[in-house]
Design a protein around this ligand. Sequence first.
Ligand code: BJW
Length: 265
Amino acid sequence: MTQVDDISPKTLEKLRTARRVMALTGAGVSAESGIPTFRGADGAGFWGRYDPHDLASRAGYEGNPQRGWAWYAMRRAQLRSVEPNPAHYALARLGAYYPDFTLVTQNVDGLHERAGSRDVVELHGNLDHVKCLMEDAPVAYKEPADAPAITEEMMERGEWPEVPRCPGCGGLLRPDVVWFGEMLPAIAFARAEVAAQDCQICFVVGTSAEVYPAASLPETARRHGALIVEVNPEATDLSRWADLSLRGPAGVVLPALAEMIAGHV
Ligand code: BJW
């Protein structure tokens, strides 16, 4: 475990002079914006309160589409009241600093783009996108202006809205996110793999690194010789073999790191 100020001059030089860099982010990068993680400490994450098989699988959605739609409507409503935090802005700064920077996220909240990152690789989809459950094709969907913002209390009381239907086939709509047992979007994952194979530095920020295949990306980067830099307040399985484990909240660590790297020019 290292603090930013303890990074050795040799490592700092590598961080400053690298040209091909990737970052893999997870729910922890948005925690300081007020969005719960999935596997939070003391049951504070989504999976401490809800069963992932109910809410993040096709079978769970098909078993109770109204509950599934409500969960995502609630999270879309939460998103409207949050802002990117200093970690998102620090990653946008690093993206502008490095000549070849690929930001790969498991998050579906769009906060990296809102902080100014461009061309973000979204591995698990996006909360704002919707597709047809039957045809698997994207559908343009706009939340009705008079739709009540779903709250967690409404979710728990079972006050679920009707699920809108596909204008083409009449099938149910679903969020365009990746549930357990589903393939990741092929182009996005291919781009992420190329970046992992090619990068000199791989930042791994705010992810438990437990969910595959996203969790394989830092392993790939390491096999191809990249320096692995983890930013997380908690130890993960990856901490054992990361070259640098910066233990702290991303909103504190990343701005300091970005300043050390990009602030000297
Ligand atoms: C901070 C912080 C701060 C806190 N600063 N850090 C056995 C059974 C069934 C399936 C499998 C199995 N073994 C493997 C699988 C495959 C499965 C998988 O990996 N399961 C494991 C859990 C075991 N994977 C899949 O199914 C994937 N698809 C697949 O493999 O396809 C191939 C295939 C298809 C068909 C058949 C067979 C194979 C798909 C995975 C989809 C994941 N989907 C979700 C939901 C997305 C939609 C939504 O948002 O609702 O993605 S689940 C959830 O986990 C979400 C996240 O993107 C993902 C990763 O979580 P993340 O981001 O790491 O968050 P947390 O909460 O885990 O961690 C937060 C971290 O932040 C912690 O470390 C904190 O310490 C830290 N933190 N505050 C910095 N301030």
